[in-house]
Design a protein around this ligand. Structure first.
Ligand SMILES: Cc1cc2nc3c(=O)[nH]c(=O)nc-3n(C[C@H](O)[C@H](O)[C@H](O)COP(=O)(O)OP(=O)(O)OC[C@H]3O[C@@H](n4cnc5c(N)ncnc54)[C@H](O)[C@@H]3O)c2cc1C
Length: 210
């Protein structure tokens, strides 16, 4: 009987989702096994490394700005982990403040940080519009217009740090600028950073505000 040769192409194990430390890429060793299973049959089994330098994640969020962090925190509250890729070396906390109306506060309450922020920023009661010579053109109180209105200016840095502070350690991977994004053959999304590192994700959400 003629000898047969079989090659097996196995997908290598990848990093476990979410809990892996960033920037760690395990190296998997290629192995070439040659086994002779019987006197008449010789089998070459090649285990090749398939995408072994690709990290695997369930959900990747691009951009650790307000939208990206708030989304990650919302998912976290639901028990869903995610990895945020941020191009900067740390949170971009510059800027002044954002004035948030009641819809914004509803969102902050829903993700569990509303009261933490209310304690730090006073409620703005009303608004007065004046002419150049100081005459009052219009004056009103927000609650006169809408009893449920809530209007506060929140320092951008505090907002970002509050979101990030509620996320698990290493939820944000800094110095990670996304360069390329494409659908891989198995319907997952392949993300490539400018440093060449690659991540396969089941779901990707972009909040890069470009
Ligand atoms: C530094 C800064 C200061 C600001 N100051 C104020 C302010 O004082 N008042 C105000 O009202 N609004 C301010 N804004 C705007 C406001 O924060 C945002 O417009 C708004 O909140 C929308 O948020 P966002 O999360 O969509 O975008 P952003 O807050 O702009 O966040 C987008 C994030 O995505 C990251 N990113 C972009 N491209 C990539 C990439 N390829 N790979 C990885 N990461 C990427 C960016 O570095 C950034 O951190 C500021 C924005 C920034 C970035």
């Amino acid at each position: 009987m003629a000898a047969t040769s079989t090659s097996l192409f196995l997908k290598s194990p990848c990093s476990p989702p979410s809990q892996t430390k960033p920037f760690i890429h395990r190296q998997y060793t290629n192995a070439l096994f040659q086994s002779r299973t019987s006197r008449t049959k010789s089998v070459n089994i090649s285990i090749i490394r398939a995408q072994s330098n690709v990290r695997k994640e369930d959900i990747v969020i691009v951009g650790a700005g307000i939208a990206g962090l708030a989304t990650a925190l919302s998912l976290h509250r639901l028990g869903v982990g995610s990895l945020i890729l941020e191009q900067a070396e740390s949170l971009r906390t510059s800027g002044t403040s954002l004035t948030l109306f009641k819809n914004g506060w509803r969102v902050l309450d829903a993700i569990g940080v509303g009261n933490q922020l209310r304690n730090q920023f006073l409620e703005i009661q009303g608004m007065m519009v004046k002419s150049e010579d100081g005459r009052v053109l219009r004056s009103f109180k927000f609650k006169d217009e809408d009893e449920s209105q809530e209007f506060r200016a929140v320092e951008r840095r505090v907002l970002l740090e509050t979101f990030a502070g509620q996320l698990p350690p290493n939820a944000v991977q800094f110095s990670s600028k996304l360069a390329k994004i494409e659908t891989s053959t198995d319907s997952e999304t392949l993300l490539e950073l400018v440093d060449g590192t690659r991540t396969l994700a089941k779901a990707v959400m972009g909040f890069d505000h470009q």
